[in-house]
Design a protein around this ligand. Structure first.
Ligand code: G6P
Length: 369
């Protein structure tokens, strides 16, 4: 097992560090940025289904559901097709309206999650076209779906999902870009801009990983907190949810993720000097609004850990700690902002002597209801 961990203390840390490679493997051969082409057999062979879809329904559980939420923002923005994201467990039992005009995307790392599998069967029985985004090749979900695209993350052993999440976002973004190009909902230059920037993401993830020591220091300061709040807006709202989930899963600290502007409708009541608040505050997308959220936290004495874009100066003045990510397009920021949140939960869990790779009560793949 030590050998399999490749010199890392835990699989989770190894998998966090594998992300530059995993993301590259996921778009390699599919995205030809110089030629301006995205090639994905499962999408290309069924392009009419996607283009004629009256809506896209995404079903998933856990971290995969968070990737689905990011995809909702990405798809709607790029393709202008309405998207709904559902917990597979809710979807399957609520007599959902679903027709042959819907495209259903099922996201699952393991490809074995019972609720997701059942949701797929239900959608198929109603005539919908079901597309799978799985990591495990040959898994039940990859076999049950009409078509699909694998994430090429490689085996993920740590129960808390890391590289599966970022590669799911990568695949889903490629699909959205391909559809947007076909539909003409983005311009050729925008399309090329996204491809060029996507090619730069593995190196930028690598750069983001350099925050490791700094995140470790922050972890040592807040490791004994009993609650954490995570805030983000737009594309980074689901990242806030995912950051909170990571912390809960492996360090057993109660954490909540919230859209930053919703803070005033409840969570603000919890803020005092004991409450660390992780705020994703990239310079893109509602920046001023997030800055004012940070000021509200500050005036209630909350502790602020902000994930900002390189060169940010205003937030540095108010936050207790800042973690920088390299500059990128707003739509791609989740691929970078997620990284320090994974490291934060990892180091806090290690410092609390938790079983990082196999947290209590959790399973890597949930094959029962
Ligand atoms: C379990 C795992 C999570 C995962 C979820 C969905 O809860 O512990 O890490 O996100 O199942 O799994 P899937 O394999 O369908 O992505």
């Amino acid at each position: 097992e030590q050998i399999e961990k490749g010199g890392y203390d835990h699989f989770m840390l190894k998998e966090i560090y594998e992300q530059p490679r995993a993301i590259l493997d996921t778009f390699r051969g599919r995205m030809l940025s110089n030629e301006g082409i995205i090639r994905m057999a499962g999408v290309d062979d069924n392009i009419e289904k996607f283009l004629n879809a009256q809506r896209i329904l995404i079903v998933a559980c856990g971290t995969s559901w968070h990737a689905g939420l990011v995809a909702e923002y990405v798809f709607e923005n790029l393709t202008r097709t309405p998207v709904e994201v559902e917990y597979a467990s809710e979807f399957r039992y609520r007599n959902p309206i679903i027709t042959e005009k819907d495209v259903v995307i099922a996201i699952s790392q393991s490809g074995e999650t019972a609720d997701t599998l059942a949701a797929i069967k239900l959608a198929k029985s109603k005539g919908a076209f079901v597309f799978g985004v799985c990591n495990v090749v040959g898994s039940s979900i990859s076999r049950e779906t009409n078509a699909g695209a694998y994430t090429h993350a490689g085996p993920e052993i740590g129960v808390a999902s890391t590289k599966a999440f970022t590669t799911q976002i990568t695949v889903l973004t490629l699909i959205a870009l391909k559809l947007a190009q076909k539909k003409g909902t983005i311009s050729t230059s925008e399309f090329h801009g996204y491809l060029t920037e996507m090619s730069a993401i593995p190196a930028k993830v690598e750069k983001t990983l350099e925050s490791d020591e700094h995140v470790k220091t922050i972890s040592s300061i807040y490791k004994d907190a009993t609650n954490f709040l995570y805030l983000g807006r737009g594309y980074n709202f689901p990242v806030a949810l995912e950051g909170a989930l990571k912390l809960k899963e492996i360090s057993y600290i109660h954490a909540e993720g919230y859209p930053a502007a919703e803070m005033k409708h409840g969570p603000i009541a919890l803020i005092d000097e004991q409450m660390p608040v992780v705020v994703i505050a990239t310079r893109k997308g509602h920046y001023e609004k997030v800055v004012s959220n940070i000021q509200e936290i500050k005036s209630r004495k909350g502790k602020i850990i902000a994930v900002v874009m390189q060169g940010d100066t205003s937030i540095k003045k108010i936050a207790d700690y800042v973690i920088e990510i390299p500059e990128t397009l707003e739509l791609l920021t989740p691929l970078l902002t997620t990284i320090p949140l994974q490291l934060l939960s990892y180091y806090i869990a290690v410092m609390r002597n938790c079983n990082v790779d196999q947290p209590r009560n959790l399973a890597k793949s949930v094959t029962v209801e």
